[in-house]
Design a protein around this ligand. Structure first.
Ligand code: MRU
Length: 345
């Protein structure tokens, strides 16, 4: 269980999103009735985290179909094409977004009459499956940890980033409840501060003690032998086991290898993209430089400075000890092992 509210909620025929830009100071739920507004909310980081944006997009399809059916009952499928495109293009790196949209579209052909009941059922199923995948991964990941384990996590791969419970934080929650965790460190995760604003908040709400560090402290922490595992989520995992995740994950993986620390990636099957051979093919989102020129709305760098703001990086499979999915664990991933995992699903 987790005390964090669901980031994505369907209530009274509307989509409710917890505004993650405002956490932890304010808990504001925003309400959506239009798919285009949901696409904008994904772009603007109201909702973020690979599985959560997929789930929000699935509910976005429900809203699109609902609105289109009221005006064009006979050709609602054509009428929502623009909405589908906007949702798909909201953010490029996490494959869960297009995965969820494709899954919703597989139902289109068999629908006759009002599309909402079937599509809503499917969106809710996507969310429920994600939550139960997280519990399974929590247990599988926890099994890899030894007692008195010290872990470091990056960004936020918690309840807020998923249907509920979390991927990397799911493992940490599960292992904490099992009495296996001695120490949790969270990287603050510039520039959006998902580590300090979201991960630290989630853990403290669950009474799990956490120590916040700046990314630059990770090397010293590892050199002082104070971490056993780095545990992170993923936005896209390619056929060979390369992993795209929040910018800074690759640096942690390199540091971990240097210091004999193990690297665990926790992600549902919906994050695996077997269409891409390796991480070089992943489109890495580059966001507005203003995000790093400012902090919490306040300008901190010369306004005219050049800034480069990639939101994700790619960690090569060779640096990863374990990829944990709800269908099983892949140790030291290779293309063959990833194929075996996928063929068993
Ligand atoms: O830019 P964000 O906040 O959407 O980035 C999120 C991450 O990188 C997470 O680690 C990843 O999506 C996994 S969430 C379970």
């Amino acid at each position: 269980m987790s005390n964090t509210p669901y980031a994505v909620q369907w209530q009274q025929a509307q989509l409710h999103l917890l505004d993650q830009r405002k956490l932890p100071q304010e808990k504001v739920m925003l309400v959506y009735n239009q798919a285009a507004e949901v696409a904008q909310a994904i772009k603007d980081m109201v909702v973020r985290g690979a599985p959560a944006i997929g789930i929000a997009a699935a509910y976005g399809v429900v809203l699109a179909a609902k609105n289109a059916y009221q005006i064009h009952a006979d050709n609602w499928r054509d009428a929502i094409q623009n909405d589908l495109q906007q949702l798909a293009q909201a953010r490029p790196t996490a494959v869960n977004l297009v995965w969820a949209l494709q899954r919703m579209q597989t139902h289109f052909a068999k629908i006759s009459g009002d599309p909402v009941p079937i599509l809503l059922q499917e969106a809710q199923k996507i969310q429920q499956e994600d939550i139960s995948a997280n519990y399974t991964m929590g247990q599988l990941g926890s099994n890899l940890l030894s007692n008195n384990c010290r872990v470091l996590t990056h960004c936020n791969a918690g309840a807020l980033a998923t249907g509920g419970y979390g991927t990397a934080l799911g493992v940490i929650r599960y292992a904490w409840a099992a009495g296996k965790i001695m120490q949790v460190y969270a990287d603050e995760t510039r520039p959006w501060l998902q580590g300090s604003r979201l991960t630290a908040w989630e853990l403290l709400e669950d009474n799990i003690p956490v120590t916040l560090i700046v990314e630059g402290a990770a090397a010293t922490l590892m050199r002082q032998q104070r971490v056993d595992w780095v545990i992170v989520g993923a936005d896209r995992i390619t056929a060979n086991g390369d992993v795209a995740n929040k910018i800074g994950t690759y640096s942690l993986a390199v540091l971990a290898r240097q210091h004999g620390v193990k690297m665990m990636v926790v992600a549902p099957i919906s994050t695996i993209d077997m269409q891409l051979a390796d991480g070089n093919q992943i489109i890495i989102e580059e966001r507005d430089p203003q995000e790093i020129i400012t902090v919490a709305g306040k300008t901190i760098a010369p306004q005219n400075v050049n800034a480069w703001n990639p939101a994700f990086d790619v960690t090569p499979a060779a640096l990863i000890e374990a990829i944990v999915t709800e269908k099983g664990v892949v140790m030291q991933p290779t293309i063959e092992k990833m194929q075996t995992l996928l063929s068993s699903t």
